[in-house]
Design a protein around this ligand. Sequence first.
Ligand SMILES: Nc1nc2c(ncn2[C@@H]2O[C@H](COP(=O)(O)OP(=O)(O)OP(=O)(O)O)[C@@H](O)[C@H]2O)c(=O)[nH]1
Ligand SMILES: [Mg+2]
Length: 212
Amino acid sequence: MNAYFQQAKFIQSATRAATLPPETAAEIAFAGRSNSGKSSTINRVCAQKSLARTSKTPGRTQLINFFALPDGCNLVDLPGYGYAKVPEPVKLQWQAFIEAYLSKRSTLKGLILVMDVRHPLTDFDQNLLYWAEQGQLPVHILLNKADKLKRGQAAKSLLEVRQALRESDISAIDLSVQLFSAQNGQGLEALWTHLESWLGRTAQTESLSSQG
Ligand SMILES: Nc1nc2c(ncn2[C@@H]2O[C@H](COP(=O)(O)OP(=O)(O)OP(=O)(O)O)[C@@H](O)[C@H]2O)c(=O)[nH]1
Ligand SMILES: [Mg+2]
């Protein structure tokens, strides 16, 4: 349990840059392919079952949804990319928005990049990493749905992703990777610690409960 994140509340949706809330406090965005589990991850972080809408149908989150924490910091649920059925003009519009958001949003402290552990580092993910690097934005990668793999397979995937990142050109940003499961909470403590450090908080997790 983490009382800080548990108090998150939905504040608003936005469709484009003009409708974003003002840049008043730190925020962290959750990005990744459609269906990778961004919304489920936010719900797990905040211990709320239906704070962010999740769905078996890819492309569910069409809007940029903002969730406010008690001190005014925001968690941001971005629409997924890579969903084949989205019309081309919408894809281009989305790409333009994300590039602008990642490079210009002054309050953005970091990006949580959610991937399916079984299909990591797609072209779309690489593209996002490129834009994060352009914006000098730290990225923490979640290899989500780790519950779908045996422990050994998941560990292997983690090593492979770390290796691939070391060999890639992305060197200028603070980049980290962990296994995660929005379904069973594996890796949650590590994720909280990361989010809290980006938001300039000291970790609150240990003192509250040891069960995570
Ligand atoms: N087994 C398992 N399923 C998960 C996990 N995380 C998410 N899911 C499932 O994956 C599907 C998609 O989850 P969402 O959280 O809606 O994914 P999203 O990335 O927000 O998707 P879009 O909003 O469409 O971009 C749902 O059926 C979730 O229940 C996980 O850790 N393990
Ligand atoms: Mg979603």
